[in-house]
Ligand binder design. Structure first.
Ligand SMILES: Cc1ncc(COP(=O)(O)O)c(C=O)c1O
Length: 364
């Protein structure tokens, strides 16, 4: 059986080092706010092109918290007010949108470009109103949104830009938005052994408020300026991420090589293969076909497991029943037709061969 993402295999090259690091954390007796988290924050900030004196990173509990805390920080800082609108992609994982609602802001979904599946900058301007304050692009599936165009629109309209980077680790070392929210969920390109997240930004004031929000809203112990939350990365997760980080670029290269083989060697009239229009780290390899369910069954019969990202778009979820009258045809087509083909750094060439042969053999 070829699994979609066998995490045991993905983490196998680091197992010994991780076990030793965990042992170190256990015997140190220091499990939160320690050396590992502090070091990871520096290393991740540097990886994202932020050096000391130019902002940095704040570690937190997960990617949803990273998004929530940036938006809540901007509210606390007076840059946003309750009821302000945030432009979000209609085609995304729901966490991007939940964070907006959580901060008392109003998400405004915008259709993706039908080729990249990423928020379409040409449609963003049509969605801007007098209450729009933020654009929240999601670098979905591992591909950078058209940030040049998005930043131009943001500058023209005086909007903040929060990048949802949950799926794009290492796609570039220069991020253009005002802040980036990261998830290190185990299946991500840089994944922990549990939940973990981070905020990066060049804005030191924002990072200070995010850090305070994540520690019960306190400016120092027992002095609470904000109605904060508890959101911290633990020492074990930071130690694990520090072990994997030096290998991220190489892992992304492997993903690129696999994706390149799929794109070059799968030619089938029933499929639309993804196109890398910008930098891509192939967190997900999304194939589009009107025969999605039959293809998924066929691949399973060939011992190949696949997933769909995401079968029900946010505007069709009960949580957003207020959007049930809205129609986003491009998003709906992706939800109905997307199939995620295995694409991870631990795949062997033989597995890629098997998947290519099975994709080619599908008869609809
Ligand atoms: C695009 C996107 N945004 C946000 C999140 C939330 O991250 P987490 O699961 O760490 O809360 C995820 C992942 O799960 C995601 O894929």
């Amino acid at each position: 059986m070829i699994d979609y993402l066998p995490l045991k295999r993905v983490n196998a090259p680091y197992e010994q080092e991780m076990t030793a690091a965990m042992q170190r954390v256990v015997t140190s007796g220091w499990y939160l706010f320690g050396h590992e988290v502090e070091a990871f924050e520096h290393e991740w900030a540097a990886y994202c092109g932020l050096t000391d004196g130019q902002g940095g990173a704040v570690a937190c509990a997960n990617g949803l918290d990273a998004l929530r805390m940036v938006l809540r920080a901007w509210v606390e800082m007076g840059r946003l007010q309750e009821g302000d609108q945030v432009i979000v992609p209609a085609n995304t994982y729901i966490a991007s949108i939940l964070a907006v609602s959580d901060a008392g802001l109003v998400p405004v979904p915008v259709e993706p470009d039908p080729v990249t599946y990423l928020i379409d900058p040409t449609r963003i301007e049509d969605a801007i109103t007098a209450r729009t304050r933020v654009i929240l692009p999601v670098h979905l599936y591992g591909q950078m949104c058209d940030m040049q165009s998005i930043m131009e629109i943001a500058t023209r309209h005086g909007l903040l830009v929060l990048e949802d980077c949950a799926q794009c680790h290492g796609v570039t070392d220069r991020y253009m938005g005002d802040a980036q929210a990261w998830s290190f969920y185990p299946g991500k390109n840089l994944g922990a052994l549990g939940d973990a997240g981070a905020v990066t930004s060049a804005d030191a004031e924002l990072l200070t408020v995010v850090r305070q929000l994540g520690f019960y809203g306190s400016v120092r112990k027992y002095v609470h300026r904000y109605k904060g939350l508890n959101s911290r990365m633990d020492e074990v997760q930071a130690a694990v991420l520090r072990i994997k980080l030096p290998h991220l670029a190489q892992c992304n290269e492997r993903r690129r090589a696999i994706a390149a083989r799929y794109c070059a060697q799968v030619q089938h009239p029933l499929y639309t293969m993804p196109q890398a229009r910008a930098q891509h780290v192939w967190h997900i390899f999304p194939l589009i076909t009107e025969h999605r369910d039959a293809l998924q069954q066929w691949l399973l019969s060939q011992d190949i497991r696949t997933l769909t990202h995401y079968p029900i778009p946010p505007h069709r979820q009960e949580a957003y029943r207020e959007w049930s009258h809205l129609s986003f045809p491009i998003t709906e087509r992706i939800a109905a037709c997307e199939l995620s083909i295995p694409c991870h750094p631990a795949m062997t060439d033989a597995e890629v061969d098997t998947i290519i042969a099975a994709l080619q053999a599908f008869r609809g």
